[in-house]
Design a binder for this molecule. Structure first.
Ligand SMILES: [Zn+2]
Ligand SMILES: [Zn+2]
Length: 407
């Protein structure tokens, strides 16, 4: 296969232009009318069958190669965050209070670039490519909504592989990083309400004070996590918010704790939920009050299929060179709703390094920061990699199943 990198590089001005238009116009959630219009405009001249989703602003576009072959799904997310941008960039957000602070504008622009590149190679392409432009990744279950609307049947045949990238300033610009197995965590929320009896702060024995109970629950939960969870299947519980009381001399009736629950396996996830219920209720009971534990169930664990990840590694190494392909030493406890796709289709999610040249990776503002700046040059790598994985997939490079060995 001729290297796709020079061609992706020649498309870079166009990719950057789309990215900047998206960056100026960030939209949040599952309904992104402006974003969808920009993407449709960009795809207009390409030979794609486009399905506009109805329950969300999602778009599914299919490119059919000249030769028969399997279908691959490539994903780019399109939504922004409720962040007030403070980058000083000339193309900064023009919608106050919203910002593409997670780099999804780059994901969308790269996916459109890959569609253009693959369309130009249609004669060589075997099989079909399903481009998934999804809204609502940032907590709105956009991927799940698109799956429920029949995404996987769009091309006629279900995809036999899936691939996506996420930009990250933890890595040097233009490098890619991924690992087999769990890559990102399951992300649930927990709310614990402790109900006591309010009263005068000078006479706690006449009330049932929920505040020290809340404190004890926090410490007991942290201890239980270290005692009940296998250290090789990690989990994290962080209480990020405590609410109780109004002033110095009133014992409040209730106290509330809000936290996040992260796990890299369903076993740990289940155990963390059990710990929270058991510890909160029983610590509360020990002090004569009650605790109610509620969960907001979030995204599942993002698991890279080992076989598919070996395939992607061999393609990435051929396309970009071995020096540009790495394996993160650990998974991340962040979450991703591409996990819903990976639960249906074997595939891989990769980080694309975007740390600006001359800066130290990991020492610059990163995803979700109001000051994050991603290096746009890396998008050439991203476009080339999407296209290379799709072409190799079409050629049967991935045999399917988990025992594929990269050649
Ligand atoms: Zn994000
Ligand atoms: Zn993101």
């Amino acid at each position: 296969m001729r290297s796709l990198l020079p061609e992706a590089r020649s498309l870079l001005p166009r990719t950057v232009d789309l990215r900047r238009r998206l960056h100026r116009n960030p939209e949040r959630g599952n309904h992104l009318p402006l974003t969808r219009a920009l993407v449709l405009g960009e795809l207009e001249s390409l030979p794609l069958d486009i399905t506009e989703h109805e329950t969300t602003s999602g778009l599914a576009a299919v490119l059919r190669g000249a030769r028969p072959g399997p279908t691959i799904l490539l994903r780019g997310d399109m939504d922004a965050l409720p962040v007030l941008e403070d980058t000083g960039l000339p193309f900064a957000s023009e919608r106050t209070g919203f910002m593409h602070a997670c780099g999804h504008d780059m994901h969308t622009a790269m996916l459109a670039g890959a569609a253009r590149l693959l369309a130009s190679r249609r004669d060589e392409l075997a099989g079909s490519v399903l481009f998934m432009f999804q809204p609502g990744e940032e907590g709105f279950f956009g991927a799940r909504h698109m799956l429920e609307e029949g995404l996987l049947d769009t091309a006629g045949e279900r995809p036999s592989g899936a691939f996506a990238v996420h930009v990250s300033n933890l890595y040097p610009s233009g490098t890619v990083w991924f690992r087999a197995g769990p890559q990102m965590a399951a992300t649930d929320e927990v709310a614990i309400t402790i109900r006591g009896v309010g009263g005068h702060a000078s006479a706690p024995h006449l009330a049932f004070d929920p505040v020290p109970v809340a404190a004890e629950i926090i410490l007991a939960v942290e201890t239980a996590v270290t005692r009940r969870i296998n250290v090789f299947e990690p989990g994290v519980i962080t209480f990020a918010r405590i609410d109780a009381g109004t002033t110095h001399n009133v014992i409040p009736e209730t106290a509330q704790l809000l936290g996040t629950v992260r796990a890299l396996s369903e076993t740990t996830r289940t155990e963390l939920h059990a710990i929270l219920r058991r510890v909160a209720r029983n610590v509360a009971a020990a002090h004569g009050v009650e605790a109610e534990v509620e969960f907001g169930v979030g995204y599942p664990v993002t698991v890279n299929d080992p076989g598919y990840t070996g395939f992607v590694r061999s393609v990435a190494t051929r396309t970009l060179g071995a020096d540009s392909v790495g394996e993160p030493p650990w998974p991340s406890m962040g979450g991703e709703d591409f996990s819903y796709v990976l639960n249906e289709v074997p595939g891989t999610m990769a980080y694309l390094g975007t740390c600006p040249p001359g800066r130290e990776p990991g020492r610059v503002p990163n995803n979700h920061s109001n000051r994050v700046v991603f290096d746009e040059d890396a998008m050439a790598t991203g476009v080339a990699l999407h296209a290379a994985v799709a072409m190799a997939h079409g050629d049967g490079g991935f045999g399917g199943g988990s025992d594929f060995q990269p050649g």
